[in-house]
Design a protein around this ligand. Sequence first.
Ligand SMILES: N[C@@H](CCC[C@H](N)C(=O)O)C(=O)O
Length: 280
Amino acid sequence: MTDTTDHPFLKMHGLGNDFVVVDVRRSGFVLTPAMARAIADRRTGLGCDQVVVIETARSGLSDAWMSLWNADGSVTSACGNATRCVAWLLMQQAGSDHAVIETKAGLLDAEMRGDKLVAVDMGPARLDWREIPLAKPVDTLHMGIGIGSLTDPVGVSMGNPHAVFFVDDVAAIDLAALGPVLEHHDLFPERANIEVAQVLAPDRIRMRVWERGTGITSACGTGACATLVAAARRGLTARKADVVLDGGVLTIEWLPDDHVMMTGPVALVAEGRLHSSLLS
Ligand SMILES: N[C@@H](CCC[C@H](N)C(=O)O)C(=O)O
């Protein structure tokens, strides 16, 4: 093996939403957008939906800081599936069944709930138009925009922006065509993650996602949280439901204090060292 760096990585995923996880707590290594794009590239890099960087905690209140990069090199404040993966790693390292992760979106409390099963308090759902953010004052329960069969979404921030469209049949939606147009809609100054959701029962929702900065993924944890909150706000479901994604199921509960609990699996599938060609 030649020209590898001293930067080990792990490949992890939550329901197929996959991550390259780099722990820089000892190296102090700083990732750039170009490096994130190079690592995430599925042909010329390692391939992943998000690059996740574990950094030294910035306050005395957490076990570590987590930075998140989409495949296009953009930074995001929240990622539910990555939070479960990093929480699992931190809990393994500490021999604990509890971890606190600090992100741009705030402190996230996580607990081990079984073998590779992690629950995270994803913080409060934010519902004001300024918090999502939207470009102008709009009722986030009926945002009024749409294209084709996708109309009148619900806006929710889980630390990142989501627009949830309710439909009769998620399989019939051409998400690859409609997702990028809606992600870049004028209403979303920071772009948005786009969910299409079909209510199957008061405690079960089928959801597919077009992620900001990445495209279609097999699962989105914050998207599942946003979808449950949107469905409950519209009176379509209870405040707890299983959200069925392409990659599997997350259990989501919107608690009376507005915090959203997410429970789901994590997987560790590979480890290695980053080659210097990805880091220039
Ligand atoms: N896959 C994630 C969300 C990742 C960030 C998103 N693409 C954004 O830009 O906000 C999840 O599991 O929540």
